[in-house]
Design a protein around this ligand. Structure first.
Ligand code: ZN
Length: 63
């Protein structure tokens, strides 16, 4: 299962655990997460999430 990281803050969505706060069940693949999903921490859109390793690269570039 993959991890998807918000590129605005440090929140990580883990497919293994889902997201209780957003009613996303454990084991939900990122592709099956609703398009209107927002980061529970900063409220950013689903489109701003990247696979963890990619998110790290993108964030690193910004600094
Ligand atoms: Zn965020």
């Amino acid at each position: 299962m993959n991890k998807w990281e918000c590129t605005i803050c440090d929140y990580v969505y883990r497919e293994e655990y889902g997201e209780d706060k957003k009613n996303v069940k454990p084991g939900t693949l990122w592709t099956d997460v609703p398009e209107d999903f927002r980061c529970p921490s900063c409220g950013t859109e689903k489109g701003q999430f990247y696979e963890e390793s990619m998110a790290k690269i993108l964030k690193h570039r910004r600094h």
